[in-house]
Ligand binder design. Sequence first.
Ligand code: PLP
Length: 400
Amino acid sequence: MATSVSIPAGAPQADRTMGTYRRADPLFVSGEGAWLVDSEGTRYLDWISGIGAASLGHGHPALSKALGAQAATLGHISNLYRHAPGEEFAARLCDHAGMDAVFFSNSGSEANETALKLARKHHAQNGAPERQRFVALQGGFHGRTFGSLSVTSKAAYREPFGGMLDAAFVEPGDLEGLAAELLQGPCALILEPIQGEGGIRELCGSFLKKARQLCTETGTVLIHDEVQCGGGRTGQFLASMHTGPDAAPDIVTLAKPIGAGVPIGATLARGELAGTLQPGDHGSTFGGGTLASSAGLVVLDELDAGLQEHVVELGESFASELDRLVERHDVLFTRRGRGLLQGVVAPGRSSEIVTALFQAGVLTCTAALDVVRFLPPFVLSSNDLLEGIARLDRVLTDQF
Ligand code: PLP
């Protein structure tokens, strides 16, 4: 029997999803590579790739084939039973990340939630259950669930929701402040090696290494959130790998690009932490399912078969083309980022530039207040890179 739902006055009539996003108007109907097509047939260059998730772009043949074949063979069976794609994906993901074990969930927030719980249990079982406080960085973004939100610095995201977990926020680069917090014996330090939402801000290698050293000295669990910057986006599988083993975390979280658009969250741990969670401690109905694992395997296959090198090469061209635009256009203050995680700083003008680019057929979004953020799919071709740069150049010349 059909049920009728009454829509409150003022709520959108066409879109019955809750009003958490101001969705842009085009109704996208298809896509190919780095291009999206709307219901009017207009083509857009996708330089945001579903906020960094659609790493293989749209309509990727190997991904479509693998998902179709998996759906036709073995669908969802939960974590109550073993399945080959899940076991293979877990092993290969651990190898890529240099970690010992993984817990699969479905999003970046959940991956961080798991990391926070894992760190708490680690201290509880080592006789220090009082170590519950988290330390995070100003500008950091870790998600929207209660735990991940508690360590997200932007107060406006937290305030409407009441009580949070206890967390302290330190400025990136403030080693004294960080040391003072860590000496108080917190549970964990969580940070993004390159802050995404915070404005494509890369933490300097010496800060990452010193944070590692301080965590080791104080027995604090070090969590790297690589949900946005990891999974190959910056040219290495983990962004922290650009700094080297001296910066390696105890736990790293991944999501977005490792599923190529199929929801995956992954919490990877090493050493004792890899064995901390026991049956019943944590769970996920969907996490690491057959379809998500098949998608993840395609991403790893593609990275290993040359896509990672492509990201490195394209990332270098992207950076130098953007640097050229920064020199030519006064509205751009500087460029930030690595690989295919790039941003240009346009104080006070970033939203206008995003809108003008949208009208010119290039999809981007802002980060922090002043940054135009570029998160193209890894499969972006050199021609499509130059096409997007030409459109950006034209927009800046004509309108700014
Ligand atoms: N962590 C980082 C660094 C992110 O950029 C995001 C999302 O943008 C998240 C966590 C949350 O991920 P999700 O939206 O998949 O829950």
